[in-house]
Design a protein around this ligand. Structure first.
Ligand code: G3P
Ligand code: MG
Length: 254
């Protein structure tokens, strides 16, 4: 069962309303330490980032299965060795100001988040075919890297990855993530002993929010870049949003 210490950063009055999406949203290259620093500088208390395994089975922060969109590399993350990933530039595609920004490992990101006091929603983003392995490896690392502090909330579109994470780390706070929650989302969340429901903001309905409220499950939604939309979602009962525009969206008025 989850307990207060394992879910501390995400329960009760300490609940963060806004998660900087992919580390620093649009203000920095996605899934980088620079993004984490920007989020902290902007007053964010929480960040979301994506984690995938390399060919060596090391967790790295990256969204796509391939390197080309966000780095100066090519090929698949799951076929690329750590020594190659460590030399990539994950800032050059965003803005010249971020040239040379490295692709971070989960270990580097954990250290940075702990130093900056950032709560984390870690999204397990397994390459196709590596769901169970990614869930297990990431869960083990999370327990080690966040030892002695509030654990990240771990989510994934892959229920296989979450089940695998849960099996190696039963106390891990877990959130179910769907673009559109299926009709039996609550039953499936309970199977995983999930703490939260994460979904696309366009899938939010009053019926879904009522069902989540009755089940005692906070709802988090992505990607909300309009402050008016964010406030409306908070007023309807959404617990938190993921945003690329942390310069515009904040939870202070709620
Ligand atoms: O976890 C919320 C959100 O990050 C899911 O979408 O594609 O940005 O990882 P994506
Ligand atoms: Mg994500």
């Amino acid at each position: 069962m989850l307990n207060k210490s394992s879910t501390g950063a995400f329960c009760g009055q300490g609940w963060p309303r806004v998660f900087a999406h992919r580390c620093g949203g649009a203000l920095a290259p996605e899934n980088t330490l620079a993004g984490l620093r920007v989020a902290a500088q902007r007053g964010c208390r929480a960040v979301e980032f994506d984690v995938m395994l390399s060919a060596d089975g090391t967790p790295w922060l990256i969204h796509d299965e391939t390197l080309a969109r966000t780095t100066d590399g090519v090929g698949h993350v799951c076929e690329t060795h750590d020594a190659v990933l460590a030399r990539l530039d994950a800032g050059c595609r965003h803005h010249p100001a971020f040239l040379g920004e490295p692709l971070p490992t989960l270990a580097a990101a954990a250290q940075c988040c702990r130093q900056l006091g950032l709560a984390v929603n870690l999204e397990i983003k397994p390459a196709s075919g590596f769901e169970a392995l990614t869930g297990a490896v990431v869960a083990r690392q999370v327990l080690e890297l966040w030892q002695g502090s509030a654990l990240p909330l771990v989510s994934s579109f892959s229920e296989i990855a979450l089940q695998s994470a849960r099996s190696v780390a039963p106390a891990l706070p877990v959130g179910c993530l769907w673009e559109r929650p299926p009709p039996d989302w609550l039953r499936r969340s309970k199977v995983l002993n999930a703490l939260t429901l994460h979904c696309d903001a366009v899938a939010i309905t009053d019926a879904l929010l009522a069902e989540a409220r009755a089940g005692g499950i906070p709802v988090l939604c992505y990607t909300v870049n309009d402050p008016v939309q964010a406030q409306a979602l908070f007023m309807r009962g959404v617990a938190a949003v993921f945003s690329d525009r942390i310069d515009l969206v904040d939870g202070r008025d709620v």
